[in-house]
Design a protein around this ligand. Structure first.
Ligand code: SF4
Length: 469
């Protein structure tokens, strides 16, 4: 099956999934409402967005020196740093740490970058038990599904689905009461934290000036993941860095306000190297894996701004396309507008050229992005790139070339408009074409096509000037 067919099938499945199409809009509306309220509290939202954007741009423009500073500070505090050029390098490094400790169980806190490199599958193939500890991730791990949203991975699941999944683990029927389900998950996961050999987390932001890794959560699971096991491995995309705590002070609330409408998440944990003698808790060993995996190829290109992303998910929560098809339809780890821009850059057009077209280009994503990424402009840039690199179908290329030629030859264009009006008259039902031939069939299968006007605007204008219209 071609990537195009596969994408069409996933979209079809999303459109026909009534349950998903009920739960996704509900969550979207809740999160979007929370974001609007929380951002309004800031006062001048545009100034905050401008500041957040400039911090991210400055960091990207000086990424090499901030990464060096981060690595040096992590090492100075007794941690290990590994720069991974590809996903395979990151997997090999984690594997080596896991083997050196003969680890049998790994507990994880939510991390999109480990989804990107398929870390769970790799560890499971090694015979290591992996337990996701974020409630949403725990649910989809039990369901054997990928996340469908950046911050709400199980957004497509109902309480009934969760009760069914948890009942299988409990070996007894559980009700769909939220309290009962949460209590069950807490009880299950506490045992896993206590017996895990290694904790693996992502990284919301790494602070270069102190070599700290900051992880946020609302359930406390990230703190338990990073402090209870003897070894902690943090995996971060190379762009998830801030120069210092002053910059973090701006970006962290921008992330939480945009993501869930909170001033700050319930927990914000900063880890600076392994446990010291005077510390009450913490891991004995700390590893930081800094992943490139295609990111450095984006630096310095027209797409550079996509690396400003702080993974808040706000663009997903306003996207009308995501609302209808859900996260799984994208087929990629990163869904919604940010996924449609980022995935083809990280993994190529061969498999992902459809994603930039999964957008109405309404621009709602760009309007809400807390770091001002021009998402819809980047989607257009992708479409342009695809045409220039020969990915567009021959028929589409030919049609646009013909259109370009016509519009740059006014006399010919005027004649073509007249002919089109007459020609389409055979197909029209009044002023509307309901069933088009050839390439038009795809359009008219789902919407009406207006019949071309009898005269062009220029002809009408001329006639008006002459008093004939
Ligand atoms: S692109 Fe902007 S809105 Fe979307 S997840 Fe990233 S930071 Fe949030």
């Amino acid at each position: 099956m071609s990537p195009k067919q596969a994408f069409a099938e996933r979209v079809e499945a999303g459109l026909n999934n009534k349950q998903m199409r009920t739960s996704v809009p509900l969550t979207q509306d809740n999160l979007r409402g929370g974001r609007i309220r929380a951002m309004a509290e800031l006062g001048n939202v545009e100034e905050w967005r401008e500041l957040a954007s400039s911090i991210r741009m400055h960091t990207l423009e000086n990424l090499d020196s901030y990464l060096e500073q981060l690595a040096e500070n992590v090492r100075n505090r007794g941690g290990h740093v590994h720069f991974a050029a590809q996903a395979s390098d990151a997997l090999a490094y984690v594997e080596q740490v896991v083997r050196s400790h003969q680890a049998k169980k790994v507990v994880k806190s939510k991390s999109m970058v480990t989804e990107e490199i398929h870390l769970n599958q790799h560890l499971e193939q090694m015979g290591v038990k992996v337990v996701e500890s974020d409630l949403g991730e725990y649910i989809i791990q039990l369901a054997k599904e990928p996340p469908s949203h950046l911050i709400a991975p199980a957004v497509h699941k109902t309480r009934g689905d969760v009760a069914e999944l948890f009942s299988k683990v409990a070996n007894r029927p559980l009700s769909d009461r939220t309290e009962e389900l949460c209590a069950f998950a807490r009880e299950q996961l506490r045992g896993e934290f206590l017996t895990a050999d290694i904790g693996i987390s992502g990284c919301n932001f790494a602070v270069a000036e102190t070599g700290s890794v900051v992880v946020i959560s609302n359930e406390g699971n990230a703190r338990l993941t990073t402090t209870m096991p003897k070894v902690h491995i943090a995996v971060m995309g190379m762009e998830r860095i801030v120069p210092g705590w002053r910059e973090l002070d701006v970006l962290l609330p921008m992330l939480t306000r945009s993501a869930t409408g909170q001033k700050l998440s319930v927990y914000a944990t900063a880890i600076t190297g392994p446990r010291r003698a005077e510390d009450a808790d913490g891991p004995e060993e700390f590893h930081l894996v800094i992943l490139d995996n295609g990111r450095s190829d984006i630096l310095g290109t027209a797409y550079q701004e996509v690396l400003k992303c702080i993974r808040c998910g706000a663009c997903l929560n306003v996207c009308p396309v995501y609302r209808q098809i859900g996260g799984h339809a994208y087929g990629s780890v990163y869904s919604g507008p940010i996924g449609a821009v980022l995935t083809p850059l990280l993994s190529g057009y061969e498999e992902w050229k459809e994603l930039p077209y999964a957008s109405s280009l309404c621009g709602a994503c760009t309007e809400v992005c807390p770091v001002k990424i021009p998402l819809h402009d980047l989607l257009i840039e992708h479409r342009k790139d695809q045409v220039e690199r020969g990915y567009a179908p021959f028929s589409e290329n030919a049609a646009f070339r013909a259109f370009g030629y016509l519009t740059s030859h006014p006399t010919l264009y005027g004649t073509a408009v007249k002919l089109a009006h007459a020609g389409f008259g055979l197909l029209a039902d009044g002023d509307v074409i309901r069933k088009g031939p050839g390439m038009l069939a795809g359009w008219t299968a789902v919407r009406d096509l207006p019949r071309p006007a009898k005269q062009s605007f220029r002809q009408w204008w001329q006639a008006r000037k002459e008093g004939k219209a």
